[in-house]
Ligand binder design. Sequence first.
Ligand SMILES: [Zn+2]
Length: 101
Amino acid sequence: MAAGGAEMDSTGIVRRVDDLGRIVIPKGLRSRLGLGPGSPLAFAVDGDRLVLLCERPACVFCGRADHLRPYGGKFICGPCAAGIASGEAAPAQQAATPGGC
Ligand SMILES: [Zn+2]
């Protein structure tokens, strides 16, 4: 495996898109990536390739991944929501948490 994880790991698995545009992610890949019902995936296009990215929701203001609530298609944590409601300045952005799904 390449250092840094920049190379793709092709599985050789081929699935067909159904009439409604859906595909099934093979169970082995779901298990490997920790995907379950409701796991968010983001779509990206790289040339002629479609890439699915594991997304971990985080607060748009501070980067926290806990105490989240959806707001306007994004996520905001409870402390930031409370801070905004009270008129406080936004907190410093936390470093993004690396890792897969
Ligand atoms: Zn926050």
